[in-house]
Design a binder for this molecule. Structure first.
Ligand SMILES: [Zn+2]
Length: 504
């Protein structure tokens, strides 16, 4: 069986030689003891991949040998040396070994019912960016832990290493906080019109969260939680109406959109809530980052509310818009006290006259590239995920009206392939502040894991290549050649995929 590697994302260097490494049954991985965790994790993946296609492994552990070797190499980099007798994966870290083994796993996913033949050769690889992420909105739709784990596993096959977990929004709060039990009792459920107006929803228990983090960590995926302040707060207000400007009544939103009711900037109670949320996140999540949202805040209530007016007078600020900056500064400081760095959507850059955004706050650019360009110019680290560059996976794959997704935009595979987190406007200093990029899946219309898969794949394959592969090594024509081979691997993992026009 002749084949090329056809890896996604494309490695930095691929040299194909003579002959084949052949393997019957589940390959056996061994190696230096510091890589025990990676060897255990990937061995279990190999066994699961085999079982999924219904093939028995009758080799009794005698199948093709894979050896993991420690070598001095950059974090996340790896080398694959494929000879007729064995495959050697070399790396300087567990992350590098894991990446190398995932590239190998892709090759094995090409077949299993017969002997797998992989051409001999050598692959050298390392990432262009350190931050390669996907955000999943678990508020508009409450995805199961099982789905999230399947997703993280499949993302890691593409060297995606950040899972941005959107845990709170107007339509549901998913994070238990001991001091605020009503966030779950009331804030996690909403009237669901698809279910004849019955209340539905859910939340992740602390055990669920630990389970997801352990699963992701074993795959070298960092889980970054997001809790939104001060907008997108209807679920908080339904549970604790005293935290709003009008006192309510409020409901966990059963509509989609942007709402006037936000947290009251004049009420110190909102910081008590944030402190309890941050304490919980700091206890559960090992990530150095907490995303605090900050997007789409409506200021009309802050203009009318006596408490907000008092706050304006006390702080000497002129406009309610500036109060958001005042809140962001305070939240970032609270996170810093807990050893965490704040990330905010690009609105946190606005109206920052008197309360400058602290330098260490990371800005996630979403309304275009402008936020990332401006933020890096001000010395902030940035994550690029422009809705205009194919990173918004809630948009349709193409203008076809029968496609799933938001009507106001499209995100084609080609756009995702063409996105570059470093824009021509950036200086070298600015470019150095670009951590990487992300795709984001908002779930107003995506009310099942299966639909989420269809929206994510194969667009994330293109975005993974934009974030991993050296710019010079990218080539859309070559990607189009590799993609059908790769999509068969994803079929085998049971992933539902879009297979239409890649250029919309
Ligand atoms: Zn107020």
């Amino acid at each position: 069986m002749n084949q090329t590697y056809a890896l996604v994302p494309q490695p930095v260097s691929v040299k194909q030689g003579e002959g084949f490494f052949q393997c019957r049954g589940v390959p056996v991985i061994s190696g230096d003891s510091i890589f025990k965790n990676e060897i255990d994790t990937v061995s279990a993946q190999f066994r699961a991949d085999w079982e999924r296609c219904g093939c028995a492994d009758n080799t009794g552990g005698a199948a093709g040998k894979i050896f993991c070797k420690k070598e001095d190499m950059k974090e996340e980099a790896y080398r694959l040396l494929i000879t007729q007798d064995a495959v050697t994966v070399s790396a300087g870290s567990g992350a590098g070994i894991y990446n190398g083994l995932q590239s190998l796993r892709q090759m094995f996913l090409g077949g299993c019912d017969e002997a797998v033949s992989i051409p001999c050769g050598e692959i050298e690889d390392r990432p262009r960016f350190g931050w390669r992420g996907l955000m999943l909105d678990c508020s508009r739709y409450f995805y199961s832990v099982e789905f999230i784990k399947k997703l993280i596993d499949t993302l890691s096959l593409h060297h995606i290493n950040v899972f941005h977990w959107h845990l709170t929004d107007d339509q549901g709060w998913r994070l238990p906080i001991k001091e605020y039990p009503l966030l779950i009792e009331i804030g996690s459920k909403r009237r669901e019109h698809r279910l004849s107006g019955r209340f539905s929803g859910g939340f992740y228990t602390e055990d669920d969260i630990r389970d997801v983090i352990a699963f992701a960590t074993a795959r070298h995926v960092e889980v970054v939680p997001e809790v939104d302040f001060p907008g997108h707060a209807s679920a908080i207000l339904a549970a604790y109406p005293g935290l709003g400007c009008t006192g309510g009544p409020y409901q966990v939103e059963d509509r989609f959109g942007i709402f006037e009711d936000v947290l009251c900037a004049g009420n110190d109670g909102i910081f008590d809530l944030a402190a309890a949320a941050f304490d919980t996140l700091a206890r559960l999540f090992p990530s150095a980052y907490v995303h605090i949202g900050g997007d789409e805040v409506r200021f009309n209530n802050w203009n009318e509310c006596p408490k907000c007016k008092k706050r304006l007078a006390e702080t000497g600020l002129k406009t309610p818009q500036e109060l958001q900056s005042w809140i962001t500064v305070r939240l970032a400081k609270m996170l810093a006290e807990r050893g965490k760095t704040a990330i905010g959507w690009d609105e946190v850059l606005e109206d920052t006259g008197q309360y400058k955004l602290p330098k260490n706050v990371v800005v996630q650019s979403w309304r275009g590239r402008e936020g990332g360009i401006k933020a890096s110019g001000l010395g902030h680290r940035v994550i690029m995920s422009s809705s205009k560059d194919g990173c918004y996976l809630d948009y349709r794959h193409s203008p076809d009206p029968e496609e799933i997704g938001q009507r106001w935009g499209k995100s084609t595979v080609f756009q995702g392939y063409s996105m570059d987190p470093i824009t021509p406007e950036m200086t070298a200093e600015q470019a150095a502040l670009v951590l990487g990029g992300q795709a984001n899946l908002w779930s107003e219309l995506i009310y099942a894991g299966k639909i989420a898969e269809y929206m994510i794949f194969p667009r994330i394959c293109a975005i993974a290549e934009s974030l991993w592969t050296a710019k010079e090594a990218k080539n859309f024509e070559d990607f189009k050649r590799r993609l059908p081979i790769h999509q068969e691997r994803l079929d085998r993992l049971g992933i539902l995929q879009y297979r239409g026009n890649l250029e919309g």
